[in-house]
Design a protein around this ligand. Structure first.
Ligand code: ATP
Ligand code: MG
Length: 583
């Protein structure tokens, strides 16, 4: 649960980073809030002359003037409130926009590890739920704070003006309301925190349910999933009930306080009237002011809840924004200069964060520029891990990686990644047109370049048969395409990038021999004269490789050509006979 200093710190940060630059607007809203307060007080005050001049003294000149003044006061109040709200709604949404951009940009820069260590649903929670708490705080919280406290002050002033003894009496009730609101605000902050956790679970569950729809169907787990969702939704309902109940708890308390106030007021004025200390016009004006003060008191009693909730949302967003990025450019990072395209791993060890054992151990690999090296080994041997180190998805724990003699930890990330193409085990495509998916590698590519890349990737034939050819939208992760077609599209994308270093994590799923041949041809075109590191599952790829590294339990245990290894490596022989896809 958030304590007051933390709350303060978060609010100060929100103000400094997101609101300070809009200060003139806030000041305009503040001035408009003054008008609202003035309008409200004017309405109560006008009853004084209304009664005195119109009813008691029966002055005909006031008969039109006072009603007109009342219309004016209401209009001024209504319009000022409208414009003040408008300004703060806009400001709230502006803060949301900036925070969302910061979250996106922070996500895009985050370490692979940071992203993978949390469920995607959590990130969505920050973007939608936490952000909405902040915007609510800015749009409603700030406005109500300004407008209601000003209104209250002006109304109190009027009450003192009408009768100071009665006003002191009314004042006694205020600290009571403040005390109630403080304790409720804390409770609400806690409930909101719990609610955010449940909403995180809910978004996580929803993304999985939607992504896993086919598995759910085939394993017939609809009932299980329904129960699981019912659990989360029940939790969600409970939290929302709790928040709702805390919010309304203030109502009966405030009603009771108001009841006491009015009862006491009537009793006390009764005494005063009998002593002739208060006139009827003062009485009505005072009573109206007190009634009108009820709304701002009530609103101020719940306002700190808005701030607690907003700060809780903001603190979760800040904790994401503040996550340290480890993989970034060093100071004075130079750009990578490719000469031949030699790639070398020197005594590289790596363990995934929060694991005890090394995923790879003291690995030494040298690949001559323009040649192809293959990694083979059992599942879980560490092959993908080795590939992940080259574009610096992760940094080695020990040892160094060099490209043309330059340590990749010391060159700029963008220049490094510019020189690397990656075709991963599971193809990643976007829900966009075929053309856009391929042009992703080079947004300036001409139509011809895109078509040529598809030609080389043996993909143009099937693309032309799609309903809208290159303009066909291929669905989420290319759901409207076959496995082989997806692979060829991702190869076409890599061909378009035309980078000197190619990383290829061959898909384990085998294709029919016809598609297989096409994918193989696409790979041959992709890797021609490029430094290629391929995780090979197919014999044809392995035989073509200039050098083969046999990986076992995170270590390179044998190196050589296919022929050499068949002679000297038992593990390789074993793999060859049992595991490799001999298409
Ligand atoms: N993100 C991760 N966090 C923690 N451990 C991981 C992670 N990814 C992989 N590992 C572990 O690291 C080891 C090496 O995994 P890696 O993915 O490199 O295997 P692989 O050789 O590519 O296997 P496959 O042929 O099945 O793809 C495995 O023991 C795996 O459990
Ligand atoms: Mg792998």
């Amino acid at each position: 649960m958030m304590d007051i200093p933390t709350l303060k710190k978060i609010l100060i940060r929100l103000f400094n980073n997101y609101i300070r630059s809009h200060l003139p607007k806030v000041i305009v809203a503040l001035i408009l809030s003054f008008c609202v307060a003035g309008g409200t007080a004017a309405i109560a005050w006008l009853l004084d002359p209304a009664i005195k001049k119109i009813f008691v003294e029966e002055d005909p000149s006031m008969l039109l003037l006072i009603p007109a003044a009342i219309v004016f006061a209401f209009t001024a109040k209504g319009l000022s409130l409208f414009f003040a709200r408008k300004i703060l709604i806009k400001l709230g949404n502006e803060v949301v926009r900036v925070l969302q951009i910061e979250l996106s940009s922070c996500f895009l820069k985050s370490d692979t590890h940071t992203i993978e260590s949390r469920h995607s649903g959590r990130f969505i929670q920050h973007f939608l739920y936490d952000i909405s708490l902040v915007s609510n705080m800015v749009a409603s919280g700030v406005l109500n704070l300004m407008k209601d406290s000003l209104t209250l002050i002006v109304l109190m002033g009027l009450m003192f003006y009408q009768n100071w003894k009665l006003a002191i009496f009314a004042l006694i009730m205020m600290p009571l309301a403040a005390f109630v609101s403080k304790s409720l605000g804390k409770k609400l902050g806690k409930a909101t925190e719990e609610s955010a956790r449940v909403i995180g679970n809910l978004t996580a569950f929803l993304t999985e349910m939607i992504k896993g729809s086919r598995m759910i169907k085939v394993y017939q787990q609809e009932k299980f999933e329904l129960n699981r969702s019912a659990e989360i939704m029940k939790e969600h309902m409970k939290r929302q009930n709790k928040i709702g109940f805390i919010m309304i708890r203030v109502t009966p308390i405030m009603e009771i306080i108001t009841g006491f106030m009015i009862a006491g007021f009537i009793f006390y004025t009764g005494v005063m009237v009998s002593k002739g200390e208060i006139a009827i016009n003062n009485f009505f004006s005072f009573l109206t002011a007190m009634m009108l003060a009820y709304q701002p008191i009530r609103s101020l009693a719940t306002i700190n809840m808005l701030f607690y909730q907003g700060a809780a949302g903001a603190s979760r967003i800040f904790s994401v924004l503040d996550t340290e990025v480890n993989i970034k450019d060093n100071k004075n990072a130079k750009d990578l200069k490719i000469v031949k395209g030699n790639v070398e791993l020197k005594n590289v060890s790596f363990s995934y964060p929060k694991t005890n054992s090394n995923a790879i151990n003291n690995v030494n690999i040298f690949i001559e520029g323009g040649t192809t090296a293959a990694l083979v080994g059992h599942s879980g041997a560490g092959k993908s891990t080795i590939i992940n180190l080259l574009p610096r998805f992760y940094d080695p724990r020990e040892g160094k990686v060099f490209i043309d003699g330059q340590n990749i930890a010391e060159i700029s990330l963008s220049s490094l990644r510019k020189q690397i193409s990656l075709v991963s085990q599971d193809t990643i495509l976007f829900d966009d047109t075929v053309k856009a998916n391929i042009a992703y590698a080079n947004l300036n590519a001409s139509e011809n370049q895109i078509k040529q890349a598809c030609e080389f990737a043996a993909a143009s034939e099937f693309i032309e048969e799609l309903p809208q050819g290159y303009e066909t939208v291929i669905g989420e992760n290319g759901i409207k395409l076959s496995g082989g077609q997806k692979q060829r599209l991702s190869i076409a994308r890599a061909i378009l990038k035309d980078s000197p270093i190619i990383l290829l994590d061959e898909a384990t799923s085998s294709l029919d021999s016809d598609s297989e041949q096409k994918v193989q041809n696409a790979i041959i075109n992709l890797t021609k004269n490029k430094t290629t590191l391929v995780i090979a599952h197919r014999l044809s790829t392995i035989i073509r490789a200039n050098k083969i590294f046999v990986i076992n339990q995170g270590k390179v245990i044998d190196v050589g050509s296919h022929k050499d290894l068949l002679e000297k490596s038992t593990i390789y022989k074993n793999l060859y006979s049992k595991q490799l896809n001999t298409h």
